[in-house]
Design a protein around this ligand. Sequence first.
Ligand code: IVH
Length: 668
Amino acid sequence: MTLTPEQAEKRILQLTEEINHHNFLYYTQTQPVISDYEFDKLLEELIHIEKEFPQFAQPDSPTQRVGGQITKEFETVEHTYPMMSLSNTYSEPELREFDERIKKAIGENYEYVCELKFDGVAIGLTYKDGILNRAVTRGDGVRGDNVTANVKTIRTIPLKLKGKNYPQEFEIRGEIILDKKSFERINAERIDIGETPFANPRNSAAGTLKLQDSSIVSRRKLDCYLYALYGNFEFSSHQEALQHAASWGFKISSHYRVCKNMNEVLKFIHEWDDKREELEFAIDGIVIKINDFNQQRELGFTAKSPRWAIAYKYKAQSAATLLNSVVYQVGRTGAITPVANLEPVLLAGTVVKRASLHNADQIEKLDLRVGDTVFVEKGGEIIPKITAVDLDKRPENSHKLKYITHCPECGTSLIRKEGEALHYCPNEEGCPPQIKGRIVHFTSRKAMNIEGLGSETIDLLVNEGLLHDVAGIYHLQKEKLLQLERMGEKSVNNLLEAIELSKAVPFERVLFAIGIRFVGDTVAKKIARYFGSYQKLEIAEMEELQQAPEVGEVIAQSVFNFVRDTKNKKMMTQLAEAGLKLEIDAKKYSGVNKLAGLSFVITGVFEKHSRDELKDMIEVNGGKNVSGVSAKTSYLLAGNDGGTSKLEKAEKLKIKIISEEEFLKMIE
Ligand code: IVH
């Protein structure tokens, strides 16, 4: 059914309001009233109508939550109010001293608000007329990065405020966090593609916030708790401010408490020290603030932090135990990870048996010896780590641990590249865990999704000599498979059918499956769509590779080396012969290559789309964005108020100048 513009505008308004309301119920209140399916249907409808009538899209449109905007470099902007930090302490006597200072300055009549100290990334959100206008990271406290497009994908941050009694313009600050589960998922993915895992959820939230592609941010499930308002408010206390902020739709943690004195504060601190393990996200302490705003003003600030607040930080939980042995694991990329086997010990509610030792330097630094009594910590860092050795308890006959020089699996001499922390086994083709690891990755769900070819079956096939590499999957023979133990006629047929089906897997996933270091499933998608085919990728120069979204120097170099490697060339030829898809499905992305071979310079402001959106459209359609006009430029896409220099240069070089309207026609 086609809508008239009037109908479209009305429906867009309706859907925007309805979806935002459901978003709030689902994410902030965690009490959804409709099913995910119904929700998706509403969102789909809105996306559809907005596409046809972009002029009616609302500034708080929930379609922004799915992201899509690409930011190659974040703009640095000045904070309206400097972003200070808090003085902090690990000691209770110091908290008492803080309390004494408060008493001295403002007398006996005061109360504190105790809040969780969220272990995330500080963010300042500016709202104008109730609409989210800007989101800026702390940076150096004076200037930070403008990460608005990414922050708009965080479902618990309102794009438009509820109610009416908020100032025309104000800022609210809080912490962007990533829950423990998502953190572990992201790390598993990073390890899989050969990237170093994030040390803690905070780093992982920070890394996510700086991604160039907001649609990836949208899928990472960041969350945000708010805890401070800046602007002209008439509230008399922090608690009152928090309550109002909650009524405007912000996520305010319910775990705060007003305390009358330091004893009550300490009680709160102790309670949470025990309970913090149960939280879905990491906290690293408790923040203690004077509740009354007049008293806050009276106390004022030092050069760095407010005098009316302090952060109490929890010491990382630690336990002593014996180091029984060190073993070395070999990953699919050949990376060696040393792991400590410990005498099981209870730490923060879980039994710890193993700890990561990261690399050789770490072992050297700790001067670790088998038989040592070691301290294990589990701070915000989830994965336990060894922090120190109890030298008093060192057995007399102990000797220094020697890092292995040869692969524990295949005996090959290990290498360590200049500047890299890890040792690698270079025997890619003959080292069993590397061979198996590559095949396991290839057949995994997000890659070729070959059911029936999980790690156990792969172990069996490799051990029996039926499988040596991923291409071999497509040459497995029924008779040989039937001879294997545990493989009946039915399971063999199913397996062969699943292998056959995998030939239809789109190029994006094939590119992920072949296991290029640092190329995860989302980056593979970007690269596949940008280049269109493996053939084009094979001849791309470093510069071209870096033009693709999410591709920086490290990934570009990794792809560059991979496609030029002789072994990989052979593998790709075999996969092509087996009938795998090595180019984008042209039908699915009709228009993908409409702008192939064309380069665009964008200048000025546009009516229907932002510059970033236009850039994205150019890329999706196979064109190239360049920053300066040169004789090679195909088009100058010019909006209003652009600088005259680009226009003049384009005219001089006889480069075609087109409007937004004309551009949109090109990709229609
Ligand atoms: S209030 C003037 N409240 O911890 C500073 N900060 O180490 C006002 N943080 O800079 C900050 N949870 O990034 C405040 N409930 C909370 C917090 C919190 C985490 C962060 C924040 C701050 C840092 C200080």
